[in-house]
Design a protein around this ligand. Sequence first.
Ligand code: BT5
Length: 208
Amino acid sequence: MCPAEILARLSADELRAHFHNALIGREIVVVERTGSTNDAILQVATANSKEGLVLFAEHQTAGRGQRGRRWESAVGKGLWFSILLRPKIDIAGSPRLTAWAAEAISGAIQNEFSVSPTIKLPNDVQIDGRKVAGVLVEMRAQQRATHLAIVGIGVNVNQSPEDFPRELQDRVISLAMALDRQVDRQKFAIALLRNLDRTYRAQFARDS
Ligand code: BT5
């Protein structure tokens, strides 16, 4: 039997309560369904949006990886989200953002659970040689303003092997598969956003 919180949907209100003084997470939105969170976040953002807006989707119908590859996003079983940032880097510096996000994901997994992920450059986080998370950074040049970066993060949390297409099953893993138990997504989302916020401020923030 699963405790209720494991089956629960993400709660934006509960997430927001943890990030009053944060940069990443100062605004948090959870949508039920969207194509790609990397696109949806630009629809929610306004010209004056501060960096740190986070948008999660429970159901992502057109999740994408690099170069138009598909990202499998089982409904309600992973963390599928994007962060809007204005980092102090050039467009050419975007690989630094990808590496930062992958390290923050890996660090959060290590802190929360008794597993040690590895990072497969440029953008994969793996457990036992199987992909548990991926990062997709997309930058938008802005005239007379700091460039916008959209950092898209997908983490497999509560999938079983059969939640993935057959052709991926021997290359992928979820936290639940690695730990042999279901994981509270809400609790892990808080730990992950905290680690992203702390490490982003140290490396990229303009006025932290
Ligand atoms: C990535 O691309 O790893 C970046 C994934 C980013 C996904 C997030 S979800 C929130 C945000 N919104 C989006 O639309 N995207 C971001 P890449 O390195 O190109 O890896 C893609 C490849 O990983 C696919 O071609 C598959 O082989 C494999 N793959 C697909 N879905 C997967 C999954 N759920 N877990 C592990 N591997 C997967």
